[in-house]
Design a binder for this molecule. Structure first.
Ligand code: ZN
Length: 523
């Protein structure tokens, strides 16, 4: 693989300079020639910036200066908002030569031509070569986060990856893309704003940020959220990072000035108690965590189903962020007046636990706005303890390719789920499980907690029994295609010791079923 062209270029100049010693009377180093850049960083980790050039392309002229300048400006932008929201003087780390205003860019010459790195599905081929490069040059990899800038000639015709993918993200460099044009009302300016703003937005994904659109009053004051539609305003009109963004970045590896060994290791905090209500114009949510140890911030995203929920349909999510209270508690009051849109939609509140080691955990709760009023029904019910409950019969469970064991239904952890077997001999509907509660209990209803994943339960029947021999049908029910708890209210209290759930369809139309948790409550 080719190293940085500029280093080679300056190395060549240096060699040429040395040859002066061949000339009689001219000593070596008589004229000191600056041979290159001296990259340093205050950070313990630095964003890897890769310039990827397909085999049929040549690097765009002056890219080192152009990319350096826009990345340094981006570092200032991210740093400005970290400071604004009280997270101190920090941004993403970059290896940089402060005097010469250049950052270290790793140039990688692709093995294949551009047609092998298309927008759709081309990221894998690029990442494979980037990984190979870093495996061969381990000292050049300075963190787990990599921005890959694809060198293109025609920004419209050269379809190259342009999105975030885990801790990697892709952006494009076209000939002449320059920070000096940013925001100008010229063809170059419009182009630069779109693609440089796009780069900064994709970089956000590459350093763990989800989409979110900001609160109404913040948008009025600070402009457009970068992780909302801010890719089209960056450098042209006021653009900002939300506090929720900065709470995530505060724990990010490349924002850290200290080394740690447990970056992004999973953590096992769970939301143990949750109270939620709409009161005085505010959605008020409070709760307690178990194993809250290193969780420091809790983010709340209200994602309305105007254009869909989650994935790439959450640009309009309205965010809040709060510090953990004491050892294990949280509280937030979210005024409905801060929603830019309060039309009647289904909503998902995603509670995100932000852990000090950078790991994030999302726990979704469904609600809806009806006649302009939030209908909040996801707080705790008085659920019976499940300590002595057992699943005594079930159709299948996936335990080879994932931990989908049926016992996950009763472990009070909504991040683990029962998943029907799919690795081999995947059975189709109906799927079922039977729970023995150990004693006859009076129930007002059930809590079915959908997992945040595929093949959630759609159609199902619940049956009850007191002897596990004769069964009575309680009813047929339909669960919604949203993660988090959903409640089934019985028209009158029922007493039973056993219950059976028979699943006959999944929300995504596939043949499997999954469920995070099942509980019974008495109000
Ligand atoms: Zn995005």
């Amino acid at each position: 693989m080719k190293k940085n062209t500029f280093l080679l270029l300056f190395a060549a100049v240096f060699l040429f300079a040395c040859k002066k010693s061949d000339v009689p009377g001219v000593p070596v180093d008589e004229v000191p020639i600056d041979t290159g850049y001296h990259y340093k960083s205050d950070y313990a980790y630095n964003l890897n910036v890769v310039y990827f050039v397909a085999s049929d392309k040549t690097p765009n002229a002056d890219y080192h200066r152009r990319i350096s300048e826009l990345m340094l400006q981006g570092q200032d932008f991210y740093g400005k908002w970290m400071k604004h929201w009280g997270f101190g003087d920090k941004s993403f780390g970059l290896m940089k030569d402060v005097v010469k205003k250049r950052i270290k860019i790793v140039e990688i010459k692709g093995k294949l031509d551009q047609s092998n790195y298309p927008y759709d599905g081309g990221a894998g081929a690029v990442l494979k070569e980037v990984d190979e490069y870093f495996a061969a040059h381990p000292t050049e990899k300075t963190s787990d986060h990599t921005l890959i800038i694809m060198c293109v000639k025609d920004i419209e015709a050269d379809k190259a990856p342009f999105y975030g993918l885990g801790r990697n993200c892709f952006a494009l460099d076209y000939p002449g893309m320059d920070i000096k044009d940013l925001g100008a009302a010229t063809p170059e300016g419009i182009k630069a704003t779109g693609w440089i703003g796009g780069l900064m937005h994709e970089l956000g994904h590459g350093i763990n940020l989800p989409h979110n659109g900001g609160q109404k009053s913040e948008n009025a004051q600070f402009g457009t959220s970068l992780m909302g539609a801010g890719n089209s305003t960056y450098g042209k009109a006021p653009t900002y990072l939300t506090k929720a963004d900065c709470a995530i970045l505060n724990n990010n590896q490349v924002f850290s000035k200290v080394k740690k060994t447990d970056w992004y290791a999973p953590f096992n905090a769970t939301i143990n108690h949750l109270n939620a209500k709409f009161e005085g114009g505010n959605i008020v949510v409070s709760g307690r965590l178990s194993n809250a140890g290193s969780v420091n911030y809790i983010n709340f995203y209200n994602d309305g189903n105007k254009n869909g929920i989650g994935g790439n349909k959450d640009y309009d999510a309205v965010p809040w962020s709060t510090q953990k209270i004491g050892v294990d508690s949280f509280y937030v009051s979210m005024p409905l007046s801060e929603f830019s849109n309060t039309e009647d939609y289904a909503y998902e509140l995603r509670i995100m636990l932000c852990n000090e080691n950078g790991s994030l955990m999302n726990v979704p709760y469904p609600y809806e706005i009806k006649n302009g009023i939030p209908v909040i029904d996801f707080g705790d019910k008085k659920e019976y303890s499940k300590t002595n409950w057992q699943v005594i019969d079930f159709s299948s469970e996936e335990t080879v390719q994932e931990d989908g064991k049926v016992a996950n239904l009763l472990d009070r952890n909504s991040t683990t789920a029962w998943v029907t077997r799919w690795n081999t001999n995947a059975p189709t509907f109906p799927h079922h499980f039977v729970v023995n509660m150990g004693q006859a209990l009076v129930a007002d209803g059930f809590t079915f907690t959908q997992r945040a994943g595929s093949s959630k339960i759609k159609d199902m029947q619940i049956l009850t029994s007191n002897d596990n021999i004769s069964w009575a049908v309680l009813g047929n029910y339909v669960l919604k295609d949203v993660g988090g708890p959903q409640f089934i209210y019985l028209p009158s209290p029922k007493t039973f010791k056993y219950f059976k759930v028979i699943v006959t369809s999944a929300t995504d139309g596939r043949q499997y079923a999954s469920l995070a948790e099942v509980s019974v409550f008495k109000n």
